[in-house]
Design a protein around this ligand. Structure first.
Ligand code: 0A1
Ligand code: ZN
Length: 879
């Protein structure tokens, strides 16, 4: 726990370190009570800085016991150095010297899951961003890059597998029954990429031959019970390795690539050099237990971590303000990979929808920050959707500006120029500029200005001169610390659609989509030879992370839904229509009026269900109403219960009115076949299951159908869809089936960690799961407050998805969340601060709810030992 008023770190204060570390040799004695670490550091003065005298060497370190220090083998007496709770300061008398530090740590007591900790019976590490300082005293900053060796000494019976980065160079049995192994990583790296694993693990082997013909051993380590869940991750890994060679010309650089699955992990996975560590839920899958969503998530995360080997490891970040340099770029890379492996338009819809639903509120809330933040209190709080997802959109815009080949030229230059270096987002943009001879000066504002730009569009058709004019105004709302914004450079992809639904040619080459460069606060664009009044299709393929405002009528949106040639906008027209209708119903609901559904939505859905022009994946996407979160994001004031009621009313009405069509579509897609997570089969299942969700709302027959599907399914996607449909259905029969299903599910899968996480989350999000039930589940043997996946599955899902009970009128949902945050504040500060998110947006809610949320934030703020993580989020939310 840190001081009451933690310090803010500013980008503008960045300075190179006083010393570099060239070589880091670590030795770990892993024991049951404690672990002793010896670090031998070869240190060198940084001569590019001016020094009047040799500064002290100030090393970062927390939560450990310092046993001894020596410099050039001379022990340093404790009165010659200073140790605080955050660092160790050593006197220096030479420009180059060797420091040896002995420390003692207690991994078994480490519940923060940063540094060296225990997960079940194994040891593992997580060092990004600043976890290495919990292992030994070090210059824990990414611009200090050293070569590492790791020696591990442990009991081989308990820890037959002992791993670290790089290559195994020594393995011996010691006289005392212990075993000693040594790993050497030939690539220099910052300490955040260090990893160590020791445990009784099974290994599934595979191999990959690189484009230059080198053989790479691929190894996936997991507890023995999970060896049948490794195939998909290994296949995804091989596909990623091949894709990075084909698309970026990047070859893997070591002879071995290892992945380890652990049950206790704060995030999805970590790209440690040659030794990726994964949250088990993001790597393990087999058809009987994993859903399509899990299969796709695994493919994406395996790819993401693998791609970091170049975008992150070979070229790393100079400081943590540059986090999006590696994360935005790598998310862009994994999104393109997934698009190539699956359906490109569907991937784009999913990503844009996710950004709009989750990142836009972040960008409009109290923790809003630029893609490259200018300050932070706790860097762990900046692993955000803005840095990752918006950062990826910024890279995508560069890709679209310079084109596919130009982007490859830029990335080649970036990788060759900066290989082995720690650099900045500025270096990335410069490489793109120089390789393509473009000017991205104004574009750089995407890295420094926060907030979501709003682009207002109006148009005019001059029939006499066959001219069509678009007038475009951009503005960006004020965000914390940034009141005024300068105009962004926005690539704005536009198409014009004629009255028959065809795209009009927009230039002499006959292009039907043009990318307009919006650079001014207000700008007009004129199209000539336009033969009739067109309907504009704006920001096609979500060409920029912006909100577009154009006064479409409901009839025009229906027209776009069936005619826009751009898959994303076709889908989005349906979303806009539904949002417009539901927002109106929210008003009616609040005014106590009886609700009636605009027939046009029924007509639009009917034509979707009967049209032959959509593929199954698109149809499934288009039949899904906008989520409650997205509708909330579109409202000026959020009334969560009214949104829930209005949306639910629309679903039920559609279900009744289109019963026949949903039934036919369900039957047509309910095809018995062996499970395969291919794009086509996934699309078919998602279409079938969305139909089932409507059918279950319509009548008892639908409920019987869900129950039947639950019992007969040959794969977890169908079974789990049926379960969650039943869990959210209202009738007595459905409640009974849901109970039976949950009980048998638990019976069957109680020893499968991934399944139990699913079991918790389907209940936590269930419409009929109230706070009392959540309390009961927290007492269940399946729950564990020290396991982040379980905390996310139960408490996280409750607070984020169970709108009805979390937003209870009396505020008990908010008080419950605050209670859990206070518990986690001590156990795992990263989890605590992430869990807080729903109540930080209190200003967006109706006055009563807003006040109740604020009250809980104030209560948390009063806590004596607040972690930096929680302090930063709460204090910013209350400002
Ligand atoms: N670099 C990882 C994300 C990550 C960040 C922090 C972690 O622990 C606090 C763990 C993982 C990635 O982008 O996948
Ligand atoms: Zn990443």
């Amino acid at each position: 726990m840190k001081d009451a008023q933690p310090r803010t770190i500013y980008l503008k204060d960045y300075q190179e370190p006083d010393y570099w570390i060239d070589q880091t040799d670590l030795t770990f004695h892993l024991g049951e009570d404690h672990t002793d670490v010896t670090a031998v550091l070869q240190v060198r003065l940084n001569k590019s800085k001016q020094h009047e005298h040799l500064p002290n060497l100030v090393l970062d370190g927390t939560d450990m016991q310092l046993l001894s220090v020596s410099i050039d083998n001379q022990p340093i007496d404790s009165n010659q150095y200073t140790v605080t709770t955050e660092n160790l300061s050593l006197p220096v008398s030479k420009e180059q010297f060797v420091v040896t530090i002995n420390t003692r740590i207690k991994p078994q007591e480490n519940t923060s899951l940063e540094g060296l900790y225990r997960s079940n019976d194994m040891f593992c590490t997580q060092c990004e961003a600043e976890g290495f300082r919990k292992i030994t005293y070090y210059l824990d900053r990414p611009d200090v890059m050293a070569k590492f060796s790791t020696t591990i000494i442990a009991d081989p019976k308990k820890y037959p597998v002992m791993l670290s980065n790089g290559n195994l160079v020594a393995d011996e049995h010691l006289a005392d029954g212990l075993r000693k192994v040594k790993w050497e990583d030939p690539f220099k790296k910052p300490c955040y990429l260090f990893a160590l694993v020791a445990g009784d693990l099974a290994c599934v082997d595979d191999e990959f031959i690189t484009q230059s013909g080198r053989k790479v051993a691929l190894k996936l380590f997991t507890e023995a019970a999970n060896v049948d869940k490794c195939a998909h991750a290994l296949l995804s890994l091989k596909r990623s390795m091949k894709w990075d060679e084909d698309v970026y010309g990047r070859e893997y650089d070591l002879d071995i690539f290892m992945i380890v699955a652990v049950d206790h992990f704060n995030m999805g996975a970590m790209e440690n050099k040659g030794l990726n560590i994964f949250n088990s839920s993001c790597v393990l899958a087999k058809p009987e237990t994993a859903t399509d969503g899990t299969y796709q998530r695994i493919e994406a995360i395996v790819a993401h971590e693998y791609f970091h080997n170049w975008s992150g490891n070979r070229v790393t970040c100079r400081d943590w303000f540059q986090l999006s340099l590696k994360e935005g770029f790598t998310v862009f890379r994994d999104a393109e990979f997934s698009a190539d492996m699956n359906s490109r338009p569907v991937k784009r819809i999913e990503d844009a929808n996710f950004l709009r639903t989750m990142q836009f509120p972040e960008d409009a809330g109290p923790t809003s920050h630029p893609v490259r933040p200018a300050s932070y209190i706790e860097i762990s709080n900046f692993y955000t959707l803005t840095v990752y997802e918006k950062g990826a959109e910024v890279v995508r815009m560069i890709h679209n500006i310079v084109g596919k080949e130009g982007f490859r030229k830029g990335s080649d230059l970036y990788f060759s120029r900066h290989d082995g270096q720690a650099v900045t987002t500025e270096d990335f943009v410069k490489a793109m500029e120089e390789a393509n001879n473009v000017d991205l000066t104004q574009f750089r504002r995407w890295y420094t200005q926060s907030g979501t730009p709003v682009v207002q569009v109006s148009d005019n058709y001059d029939a006499a001169n066959k001219r069509y004019t678009l007038t475009v105004k951009q503005k960006c709302p004020p965000t914390p610390g940034q009141v005024e914004k300068a105009p962004f450079h926005i690539p704005f992809a536009v198409g014009l659609i004629d009255s028959l639904g065809n795209d009009m040619p927009l230039d002499e080459q006959g292009n039907t989509t043009l990318v307009l460069d919006i650079k001014e606060a207000e700008q007009t664009f004129t199209f000539s030879n336009i033969n009739e009044q067109p309907l504009p299709s704006l920001a096609r393929d979500f060409s920029a992370p912006i909100k577009v405002e154009y006064p479409y009528t409901r009839d025009q949106l229906m027209f776009l839904m069936s005619h826009d040639n751009d898959g994303f906008n076709r889908w989005d027209a349906g979303q806009k229509l539904a949002v417009d209708i539901i927002k109106e119903l929210v008003e009616h609901q609040r005014a106590g009026m009886t609700l009636t559904l605009d027939e046009r939505l029924v007509t639009a859905y009917k034509s979707l269900l009967t049209s032959a022009s959509l593929d199954k994946a698109m149809l499934a996407k288009m039949l899904a109403l906008p989520s409650e979160d997205y509708i909330a994001e579109e409202c000026d004031v959020i009334y969560p219960l009214s949104i829930h009621v209005a949306r639910d009313f629309v679903r039920r009405t559609l279900a009744m009115k289109l019963h026949k069509q949903f039934k036919a579509c369900y039957a047509a897609n309910n095809i018995e076949k062996a499970y395969q997570p291919t794009a086509d089969d996934i699309a078919e299942r998602s279409l079938k299951n969305i139909c089932l969700s409507y059918l279950t709302l319509a009548d008892e027959q639908g409920i019987e159908l869900s129950w039947q599907q639950y019992q007969q399914a040959n794969n977890m996607t169908d079974r789990f869809s049926a379960l969650s449909i039943l869990e959210n259905a209202v009738s007595v029969k459905a409640r009974d089936y849901a109970e039976q299903a949950l009980a048998s599910f638990y019976q069957q899968w109680q020893h499968d960690v991934q399944m139990i996480e699913q079991w918790l989350s389907v209940q936590a999000g269930g419409e009929y799961t109230d706070l009392e039930k959540i309390h009961q589940l927290m007492q269940h043997e399946a729950f564990d407050m020290k396991n982040p996946n379980k905390v996310r599955a139960l408490i996280g899902v409750f607070a984020n998805r169970n709108k009805v009970h979390f937003h209870r009128d009396d505020g008990a949902g908010y008080a419950f969340l605050a209670d859990q945050v206070l518990v986690l504040n001590r156990l795992n500060p990263q989890m605590a601060s992430r869990l807080l998110t729903p109540i930080t947006r209190w200003k967006r809610y109706d006055e009563t709810r807003g006040a109740l949320m604020k009250e809980q934030l104030q209560r948390i703020m009063k806590e004596k030992d607040l972690s930096k993580d929680v302090y930063e989020i709460v204090s910013k939310s209350l400002q």
